[in-house]
Design a protein around this ligand. Sequence first.
Ligand code: NAP
Length: 297
Amino acid sequence: MRKVSFAEFGGPEVLQLVDAEEPHAGPGRIRIAVRAAGVNPVDWRIREGQVLGAHPVELPSGVGLDAAGVVDEVGEGVTGVEAGDRVFGEGTSTYAEFAVLSAWARMPEGLTFEEAAGYPSVVETALRVIGESGVRSGQTLLVSGASGGVGSAVLQIARDRGITVIGTAGAANQDYLRSLGALATTYGEGWTERVRRLGRVDAALDLAGSGVIRELVELTGDPHKVISIADLGAPELGVRFSGVAGSVPAALAEAVSLISRGKLHIPVEKPYPLAGAAAAHTDSQAGHTRGRRVLLI
Ligand SMILES: NC(=O)c1ccc[n+]([C@@H]2O[C@H](COP(=O)([O-])OP(=O)(O)OC[C@H]3O[C@@H](n4cnc5c(N)ncnc54)[C@H](OP(=O)(O)O)[C@@H]3O)[C@@H](O)[C@H]2O)c1
């Protein structure tokens, strides 16, 4: 089969499309014929060799966590899914024609493979950080960097829970944030004043890692009401860095429920062919993805 692989850490150019042995589903796993793979910032962080806690990387390495496709092998002990089912979920080396998943759910009616591949990691992250922020129905959540993959999920899940969201994004994404039910303003010079004019803030999320932790603490009045997923310096200011994934099966079940009720849609900014993985990484690293980028296999 063909898969994307890298033999040394580095820029997008280290990604190569190679012929490889097909993986097989061990106990508790399934194998899918991948139809689409989600492109997440963590994919290029791993490719660059950034330190990522519990993710030791052996070279050469495949790329990708998220995927959607058709089940074609079911490992020992797995129940409730069979060959031919359309699923989305998380696994390893998903930028490939076949991949093994460790967590999955059946795709809801009407969802395309292209869209489905964009959900797993961002929904898990969104549910985790909303939970950790402690924000409740009737309160207001400030989201810095609200138009990306995680932000798109946070805004819609918060709206479904009766939480008001104030989101920051670039000028081109103001209408997008409003379409997801948020109050919107731009980041950059004077942004904290613009947020204050939109309302009082009960909790805040730093999703972009753009150096705003101090301001988020000021706006909430308490470092314990701020969570960052992208600023490793946050703990120095008493703010929790959320980096350990929660339950992916639970997140997928919640995603299915939200999608089926018409409450969650993460747009695909751009699809790329498998051979376009380096271009997808270059574009993701530019830092202005709306929704998710995906590879189509
Ligand atoms: N710790 C964890 O568990 C975890 C999990 C998932 C992701 N992450 C990290 O969280 C970050 C976001 O992930 P993602 O998948 O949502 O990324 P993404 O889809 O690439 O989105 C990035 C977003 O950042 C926004 N942005 C760029 N510069 C900004 C600024 N100065 N202020 C505010 N927003 C700005 C962009 O908005 P505009 O286009 O509107 O400028 C863009 O929509 C990444 O660094 C990723 O590695 C961490």
